[in-house]
Design a protein around this ligand. Structure first.
Ligand code: NAD
Ligand code: DAU
Length: 339
């Protein structure tokens, strides 16, 4: 089985590459990644010499490069993780989100049609459903919740989702889609809440909490997401959407306090800053469908996963230190300087 994994040098994609090489030692995994600021080749270093792994640096929007790779590899399955993924960056510069997340998806699907791919899987997000109110804890996102986006990021992901379903209906492309809640774990880029707070707390730097800190996210350990996608590409029904989440809703401020407690740091580091524009209030996934149809259940409890994650950042400074120097500093100043 040949599988092209796009965005495999990023957070979830790299965890998926590791999972697949371990879970299916007879599969060949080809990672296609542009290596944007969010992609790190050093992450894939442990598998670079694996004969069942190949890395190709390319842009999913580059039709020629994508066509060449599909012609060479004749993939059975394509799993598309490649995306611009950070909401705050999408508010600053929406254009690149439309290019990569929508146009890139269409380029991959055109190649999938041309080369007779047996399964095209689109990695989407719960953000396509918009948000839920804080005072209605009985409400959850199901696969039938209407698409109702808030940010340029989520709108670009929703645009891609619609295109994926249209390619299935119009051209018969055998697609599946997954919409997952917030992931956490190793190799999470330090612009996102959990790694940002761990690394800044380690340096005794202020921790910028947006708004009142009460926004709720539904956290899932990244390995559980990877296992869900593995199940969907093998046993999922073509044309279907699967929500992925583990009923683990937490307010941002509680996450930040938990990190401080684990690191033995003072809550005085917490600094409330200007809220994110259009900030979604609450995400909460109903994972009944993937549980009933495919038998998926999350395995890592948040209490264990967050401790494992903090330990990973403590043990792997050599991974994040080069990232937070240089360009990242400019980014931090630009995004948080006047907040
Ligand atoms: P990430 O930003 O950590 O990684 C994205 C990867 O895609 C990087 O390696 C980057 O180099 C690559 N990439 C970006 N543009 C590209 C292009 N034009 N061509 C080829 N490669 C390109 O993202 P992530 O957090 O790992 O998210 C992966 C996917 O999962 C995204 O599609 C995202 O929307 C989705 N998702 C993320 C989460 C989450 O909590 N992080 C939750 C649900 C869904
Ligand atoms: O729900 C899935 C989505 O989760 C994915 O589709 C996105 O790719 C991924 O980035 C993530 O989006 P969020 O916007 O939820 O993640 P982020 O880590 O940026 O923020 C989490 C929450 O923390 C959010 O309510 C904003 C808040 N926050 C974030 C940062 C970076 C802060 O309060 N301070 C911060 O500095």
């Amino acid at each position: 089985m040949n599988i092209i994994v796009t965005g495999g040098a990023g957070f979830i994609g790299s965890n998926f590459v590791f999972h697949m090489l371990k879970a299916h030692p007879d599969y060949r995994i080809i990672c296609l990644d542009k290596l944007t600021y969010a992609g790190n080749l050093s992450t894939l270093e442990p598998v670079m010499d694996n004969p069942n792994f190949r890395f190709v640096k390319a842009d999913i929007c580059d039709k020629e490069a994508v066509d060449k790779l599909f012609a060479e590899e004749k993939p059975d399955i394509v799993v598309n993780f490649a995306a611009e993924s950070h909401v705050d960056r999408s508010i600053e510069n929406p254009q690149i989100f439309l290019e990569t997340n929508i146009i890139g998806t269409s380029v991959l699907m055109d190649a999938s049609r041309k080369y007779g791919v047996k399964r095209y899987h689109q990695v989407s997000t719960d953000e396509v459903y918009g948000d839920l109110p804080l005072d209605r804890p009985d409400l959850f996102f199901t696969e039938n919740t209407p698409i109702h986006t808030s940010s340029p990021y989520s709108s670009s992901k929703a645009g891609a989702d619609l295109l994926v379903l249209a390619y299935h209906r119009t051209y018969g492309l055998p697609v599946t889609l997954s919409r997952c809640s917030n992931n956490y774990g190793p190799y999470h880029f330090p612009e996102k809440l959990i790694p940002l707070m761990i690394i800044r707390a380690l340096h005794d730097e202020s921790l910028p909490v947006y708004g009142d800190g009460l926004n709720v996210r539904d956290w899932l350990y990244v390995e559980d997401h990877c296992k869900a996608i593995d199940l969907i590409i093998h046993n999922g029904k073509v044309g279907e959407v699967y929500n992925v989440g583990g009923h683990n809703e937490m307010a941002n401020i509680d996450i930040v306090k938990l990190i401080l407690k684990e690191l033995g740091k003072s809550e005085d580091l917490i600094t409330y800053v200007t809220d994110r524009a259009g900030h979604d209030r609450r995400y909460a996934i109903d994972p009944t469908k993937i549980h009933n149809d495919l038998g998926w259940l999350p395995e890592t409890k948040f209490a264990d996963g967050i401790v494992k994650t903090i330990k990973w950042y403590l043990d792997n400074e050599s991974w994040w230190q080069p990232i937070i120097s240089g360009e990242y500093q400019n980014y931090y100043e630009k995004m948080y300087g006047d907040k």
